[in-house]
Write a protein that binds this ligand. Structure first.
Ligand code: NAD
Length: 366
């Protein structure tokens, strides 16, 4: 039976529309192969929305997103809007979307594709085979805790304050995403905290340990954040899924991402307790190459693969896209950002067409 899904497309700015167009074609073909029917609806966000409505996140966009099964976002921003007041800037639209959909969990994989081992700044033997996922809490912790601000003390000295706070409920819901993500991957979950110093981390560790009994198929371990940072660059292959708070996750997900060395290859997912998740590449709108057919669409297409796996529970369709990308790279095709000697350089559209051919041939091989 054909499964039907409503997908909101937010192409945004810069290279966004180019990489989104290619991704939609890939999804349409995958849909035919796996009996999935996608009902796509496009909406405005970022600079494109500012031009049309003067707002970076029109109410209509949020309403369309809320009614869909998943949201695919390309990228927002550009030079033109860089000097607008904060409330009117493209980035405010992105934050509004995350808040409006209650997205508290951010999933960022770092997978070293065998064909791109040399793109990493670390030695091939250290990074070869790395396949890890950082699950970061996105709406709590020190970025949102109160009190916060710059206050003046009794002696007239200024004092900057932020508060790292998590309730049991906030910890439990991100822990659940961590355990369930580990279940869909290699079954190992490493919780990262600073429980040797921070009380909030002590509570974090207690809750994770308590919840582990509900997931007997997941092996839980704990690391202090300083050690986790060290281990990520020393021996990253030991990790399968990492779950951590907002601040630690912000830093560790960037460290993990850079193990791969190529920004045009990194997807992400942001999930809430219910309702649609948002799936988007980690990179920005790359205004320096916008409109030149030079963008690498693979991070966007891998984000669509994450949508299939984590948003729509269609792991086979997701894997089919991932395998096709591996095959395209194996055949020696590269976009400019991941180009290396001896490979064949393609533009954004040609990369999409090549991928479509490989996906079509996968079907005929079934
Ligand atoms: P960027 O990620 O857009 O670009 C950094 C560099 O990487 C550029 O040289 C760019 O050409 C290259 N690059 C990025 N994605 C690429 C791709 N898919 N293929 C090939 N090359 C790629 O970051 P930036 O230059 O710091 O920011 C540009 C704009 O994007 C800014 O307005 C910024 O606010 C915005 N931004 C948006 C997001 C988002 O939408 N989530 C994230 C980061 C930055």
């Amino acid at each position: 039976m054909t499964e039907k899904y409503k997908i909101t497309l937010l192409p945004g700015d810069g290279i966004g529309p180019e990489i989104m167009a290619v991704t939609v074609e890939v999804l349409q073909l995958i849909g035919k192969q796996f009996e999935l029917q996608f009902d796509f609806q496009s909406a405005l966000i970022g600079g494109a929305a500012i031009e049309a409505t003067r707002e970076p996140l029109p109410e209509e966009t949020l309403a369309i997103c809320r009614q869909s099964d998943a949201v695919l976002l390309a990228a927002i921003g550009g030079y033109k809007w860089d000097n607008l007041p904060r409330q009117q800037r493209p980035e405010t639209g992105l934050l509004g979307l995350r808040a409006g959909l209650g997205l508290f969990a951010n999933l960022r994989p770092a997978t070293i594709l065998p064909q791109l081992v040399d793109a990493s700044s670390l030695k091939p033997e250290v990074v070869e085979g790395v396949d890890l996922m950082v699950v970061r809490e996105l709406t709590g912790g020190i970025y949102f805790g109160l009190p916060k601000g710059i206050f003046t003390t009794e002696t007239g000295e200024k004092r900057g304050v932020n508060t790292m706070a998590y309730t049991e409920g906030e910890i439990d819901r991100i822990a659940k995403v961590g355990f369930e993500t580990a279940q869909k991957r290699g079954g190992k979950l490493c919780s990262v905290d600073k429980a040797n110093v921070l009380d909030v981390s002590g509570l974090w560790r207690d809750r994770l340990t308590l919840m582990a009994s509900a997931y007997p198929d997941v092996e839980l371990s704990h690391l202090y954040v300083d050690n986790a940072a060290m281990q990520l660059v020393r021996a990253p292959k030991q990790f399968d899924t990492i779950v951590t708070g907002n601040l630690f996750g912000d830093i560790l997900s960037d460290v993990a991402a850079m193990l791969t060395g190529s920004i045009g290859m990194l997807p992400s997912a942001s999930l809430g307790a219910s309702g649609p998740g948002v799936f988007e590449p980690v990179h920005g709108s790359a205004p320096d190459i916008a409109g030149e057919d030079k963008a690498n669409p693979l991070a966007m297409i891998l984000s669509a693969a994450m949508m299939l796996r984590y948003g729509l529970n269609q792991p086979k369709a997701s894997e089919s896209i991932e395998q096709a990308i591996l095959q395209v790279l194996q055949l020696g095709y590269r976009t400019g950002d991941i180009m290396s000697p001896g490979m064949t350089q393609l533009g954004c559209r040609a990369m999409g067409e090549t991928l479509l051919k490989v996906i079509a041939s996968q079907e005929s091989n079934c």
